[in-house]
Design a protein. Structure first.
Length: 297
């Protein structure tokens, strides 16, 4: 293949989607099943993309399929490009409707109503939609256009986003009702050192630094959890503990778990985020009223 091409290459987004599927699966057969296409057709599209770019994207041998350096770079760029493309289509389609629609993503436990009412007071004809998010997609809904703004909890990847701090709140340890510490008014991080955390340890670095299961290498795998409800089911069953922001713990109360304040764990930072390149009167107006989301003491 030619070592260099001009920068005026037209990229077919379908070929790019096919490439991403293969790059993520590192297996043409599984990628074809994921895309619901025949494997020979998928292979032809990937080869055509390589010819368009003038580079080799994969190395294929008897041991399997691996990305070349060029392929790894393309994967880094392609995911955000495809998300931006999807976002563009969603925004253009939304702009074509007679009644404007404004979509707000929000994390569990956060009450959005006060800011929505204030925004509607400024734009009476506006249709507002709410989109519940989780840790894994709270900013992805911005990048792919599913939401205009998102009320997020840090930390997140802030690249390409404008992030406006709103408020902080304490985080609590959620324990099964029969846990030895369940009757305490407060606990310390060290008190929780022997417990199994049902979330990414990096989300609670104070616990990570003292956790026995991390020091000894005995930590069990945590299954993929997609909601607070799933976490609480495991906590109630005695599978471990979790750490939740105050508003989330208060919203999801149940009789078989208890939420206890923890000394030594930093607060949860709640922010409003949107794509930095967007220029929208509705986004700015919502940013102006978003301080009303702070819980009243």
């Amino acid at each position: 293949m030619a070592p260099e091409r001009g920068i005026d290459v037209d990229i077919d987004l379908r070929k790019l989607r096919y490439f991403v599927a293969v790059a993520e699966e590192l297996h043409f057969g599984r990628a074809a099943e994921r895309l619901f296409v025949a494997q020979p057709a998928l292979s032809r599209q990937v080869r055509a993309l390589e010819e368009d770019l003038g580079v080799q994207l994969f190395r294929r041998d008897r041991r399997g399929t691996v990305l070349t350096p060029a392929g790894a770079q393309l994967l880094d760029d392609a995911v955000s490009l495809l998300a931006a493309s999807a976002a563009m289509v969603r925004r253009v389609t939304a702009a074509a409707v007679e009644k404007p629609v404004f979509t707000i993503g929000f994390m569990p436990g956060i009450t959005v109503t006060p800011a929505v009412r204030m925004l509607k007071a400024r734009h009476s004809s506006l249709s507002v939609r709410l989109l519940r998010t989780g840790w894994s997609d709270q900013v992805e809904v911005l990048r792919d256009g599913r939401a205009d703004v998102s009320i997020i909890r840090l930390p997140v990847d802030q690249s390409g986003l404008h992030v406006q701090p709103l408020f902080t709140e304490a985080r609590l340890a959620v324990l099964p009702i029969d846990h030895p510490l369940a009757g305490r008014s407060t606990v310390t991080v060290l008190d929780l050192a022997d417990d199994h955390l049902l979330q990414d340890p990096d989300a609670v670095p104070e616990w990570r630094d003292v956790a026995r299961e991390l020091r000894t290498g005995e930590r069990d795998d945590v299954p993929a959890l997609h909601s607070v409800e799933e976490k609480l089911e495991l906590v109630a069953a005695g599978a471990g503990i979790c750490v939740l922001p105050l508003s989330t713990a208060a919203f999801y109360t149940r009789p078989d778990v208890v939420a206890v304040p923890v000394d030594g764990i930093g607060p949860s930072q709640v922010c409003l985020a949107w794509v930095a390149t967007r220029r929208s009167r509705l986004i700015q107006d919502f940013a102006d009223v978003s301080p009303s989301l702070a819980p009243t003491v």
